[in-house]
Write a protein that binds this ligand. Structure first.
Ligand SMILES: NC(=O)c1ccc[n+]([C@@H]2O[C@H](COP(=O)([O-])OP(=O)(O)OC[C@H]3O[C@@H](n4cnc5c(N)ncnc54)[C@H](OP(=O)(O)O)[C@@H]3O)[C@@H](O)[C@H]2O)c1
Length: 271
C-alpha cells in the first residue's frame, strides 16, 4: 500500500520542522513548504534519514497560487493527500493603536489567508478521497486576546473560527479539521516578531517555561483521524482558554495585574 502523505507549511523551522520529522518517522511521505529553501533542504535531509519520502517546495503561503500549486504537486507526485498542516506564521508586537495598517494586512495575509488557502486547496482532494485531516495552527492566544498582541491574536482567532466552520462542513465526507493552540514554544518565532517594545520583551521573559516544539508535533501526529476540535497544550493554556470566555472580566483584571507596566511610556510613542 502507498504511504500516507502529509504537507506541512512553515516546515523550515520550529513546530513545522518537528512536525515534518514526526510524520517522516511514521513513514509518511512528507512535503515541506516554506520560503527559505536552504533551511527547508536541511529539514528534508533529516526527514530522509528517518526513512520517509520527502519533497521540499518553495512556497509563500500568502500567495494563494503558490499554495494551490503545492497541493497539486503533492497529488501529482504521491497520488493522495492525507494530512495538511497549515502552520506557517509570524508575530507582530505592539498595542492596537501602535500597529500599522500595513502590519495588520501582512500578518493577516500569512497567518490567516495562508491557512485559508491551505484549506481551500486541500479540502477538495480530501473530500474526493473521503478521508483526510486538516490541522490549522492557531495559538492559545487565539482563544483569549492578550495585551501587546492584538494583531497576532486577531489572526489566530480568525483561524479558530474558520476551522470550526470547516470541521462541521467536512464531517459528512469523513474529513477532519482541528485547531492547534500551542502556548509559548521554544522556537525561532520570537526572533522574527515584528514591531515590539521593550515592555513586550519583558512580558515574555516573565513566562519562564516554554514547551518544546516536539511536544506540539507529537500531539498533532497522535491526533490524526481523531475528531478533536482543538489541541490545547500547557496547563496555563488550558486554564486561559477555559476561564477567558467564561470570566472575561476576571481575565481582564488578571492581564492588567500581570502586565503591570501597561500604562508606562513606550520609547518613541506618546501615551
Ligand atoms: N512559538 C510559539 O510560542 C507559538 C505559540 C503559539 C502558536 N505558534 C504558531 O506556530 C506556528 C509555527 O511557529 P514557530 O513557533 O514554529 O516559529 P518559527 O520557528 O519562526 O517558524 C515559522 C515558520 O513559518 C514560516 N513562514 C513564515 N512566513 C511564511 C510565509 N509567508 N510563507 C511560508 N512560510 C512562512 C517560516 O519559514 P520561512 O521563513 O522559511 O518562510 C517558518 O518555517 C506559527 O503559526 C505560530 O504563530 C507559535
Amino acid at each position: 500500500m502507498d504511504a500516507k502523505v502529509a504537507v506541512i507549511t512553515g516546515a523550515s523551522s520550529g513546530i513545522g520542522e518537528q512536525t515534518a520529522m514526526a510524520f517522516a518517522a511514521r513513514r509518511y511521505a512528507v512535503v515541506l513548504a516554506a520560503r527559505r529553501m536552504d533551511r527547508l533542504n536541511g529539514v528534508a535531509d533529516r526527514c530522509r534519514q528517518l526513512g520517509g519520502r520527502v519533497e521540499a517546495i518553495a512556497t509563500d503561503v500568502s500567495d494563494g497560487g503558490q499554495v494551490y500549486r503545492l497541493v497539486d504537486e503533492t497529488v501529482k507526485r504521491f497520488g493522495r493527500l492525507d494530512v495538511m498542516v497549515n502552520n506557517a506564521g509570524f508575530g507582530v508586537n505592539g498595542r492596537v493603536w501602535e500597529t500599522t495598517e500595513d502590519q495588520m494586512r501582512r500578518i493577516m495575509e500569512v497567518n490567516f489567508f495562508g491557512v485559508f488557502h491551505g484549506c481551500r486547496a486541500a479540502a477538495p482532494v480530501m473530500i474526493a478521497q473521503k478521508s483526510g485531516h486538516i490541522f490549522n495552527v492557531s495559538s492559545v492566544i487565539g482563544k483569549r486576546g492578550t495585551p501587546f498582541n492584538g494583531a497576532y491574536c486577531a489572526t489566530k482567532f480568525a483561524v479558530i473560527g474558520l476551522t470550526d466552520s470547516l470541521r462541521v462542513e467536512l464531517a459528512p465526507y469523513n474529513v477532519r479539521a482541528t485547531s492547534v493552540c500551542p502556548g509559548l514554544t521554544q522556537t525561532e518565532f520570537f526572533a522574527h516578531v515584528e514591531g515590539g517594545t521593550e515592555k513586550k520583551e519583558s512580558s515574555f521573559k516573565a513566562v519562564r517555561t516554554r514547551q518544546s516544539p516536539a511536544v506540539v508535533a507529537r500531539r498533532i501526529v497522535a491526533s490524526v483521524g481523531r475528531n478533536s476540535p482543538e489541541l490545547v497544550f500547557t496547563p496555563g493554556g488550558k486554564i486561559l482558554s477555559f476561564i477567558g470566555p467564561l470570566w472575561p472580566r476576571f481575565t481582564d483584571w488578571f492581564m492588567r495585574f500581570y502586565h503591570n507596566d501597561l500604562a508606562e511610556n513606550v520609547p518613541g510613542h506618546d501615551t
